[in-house]
Design a protein around this ligand. Structure first.
Ligand SMILES: [Zn+2]
Length: 265
């Protein structure tokens, strides 16, 4: 069974100098963990000056019958989901797809959450980063974290959940989508919505020179510096605007990205 000491020494082995980090965790991947998600958050807090975690809430999303073209969705096909949508409220739990860590950290002393109705973040000791988020620039906190020489920490998860790659895509000029979210009094238009992340593993070899990795239990912890990540993704997308897209034939967002790249619509 893994203990606080095991996590603490694995994180120490990455030698990240207490820098702030954006964190993605699969607790399950580590097997038995003494103290569960709370212990993992304690270990992270004892190794990093600040923590940032996505607490996205997809169930607020609604889709109109018509809207902008090349938007990576089929208008009119979301009526059932629209009926189940719930208005965002500040205490809305993060989507269960994101694992247990976002909800655990959200309830920690000192944790603060942004108010984006789909793409909110929770942070501890990262007020400036949290305040930078706007409805037009939802991933701005990741940019501030990069300015602070922050890192991405992947605990037992791969690059398909590495949200920071979306920020790098935007920096590289990749088109963004529009989505809509219910709030208590209106529907909010959310620009700057990212593409699909299913193809992100392909960038792994290019990040090797930057990445640090330690084994832990049945799993691993990988760290990538945000500035290095941005540089690698931008270079790759400038060489090939279709890089990092997934290969699923029915992926609406990746197909829209391909159409946009060749100037359709
Ligand atoms: Zn895709």
């Amino acid at each position: 069974m893994l203990t606080f000491g095991d996590f603490k020494s694995a994180l120490g082995g990455l030698d990240l100098d207490n820098r702030p980090a954006i964190v993605h965790v699969s607790l399950k991947s580590f097997g038995a963990v003494q103290g569960g998600a709370e212990m993992v958050v304690q270990a992270l807090l004892s190794s990093h000056s600040g923590l940032l975690v996505p607490t996205f809430t997809y169930k607020t999303m609604v889709t109109p019958e018509v809207g902008p073209p090349n938007n990576g969705l089929t208008y009119g096909s979301y009526r059932d989901l629209n009926r189940m949508a719930e208005p965002f409220y500040p205490d809305m739990p993060a989507d269960p797809l994101m694992g247990v860590l976002p909800e655990t950290i959200r309830h920690f002393p000192g944790a603060k959450r942004t108010a984006h109705p789909i793409l909110s973040f929770v942070g501890i000791s990262l007020e400036v980063a949290l305040h930078s988020q706007t409805i037009l620039n939802p991933f701005a906190p990741i940019g501030v974290l990069a300015d602070m020489d922050g890192w991405v920490l992947l605990l037992g998860v791969d690059y398909t959940v590495n949200t920071s790659i979306h920020y790098a895509e935007r920096l590289a000029g990749r088109p963004q989508f529009v989505r809509w979210a219910l709030t208590r009094d209106r529907v909010v238009e959310c620009r700057g919505f990212p593409g699909c992340s299913d193809g992100f593993e392909i960038i792994r070899p290019e990040l090797e020179p930057y990445a640090r990795r330690v084994a832990l239990g049945d799993s691993f912890i990988e760290a990538i510096p945000l500035k290095g990540l941005f540089q690698v993704v931008e270079t790759r997308l400038k060489e090939n605007p279709l890089a990092l897209l997934c290969q699923r034939e029915d992926c609406e967002r990746c197909n829209a990205m391909r159409d946009l790249a060749v100037g359709v619509g």
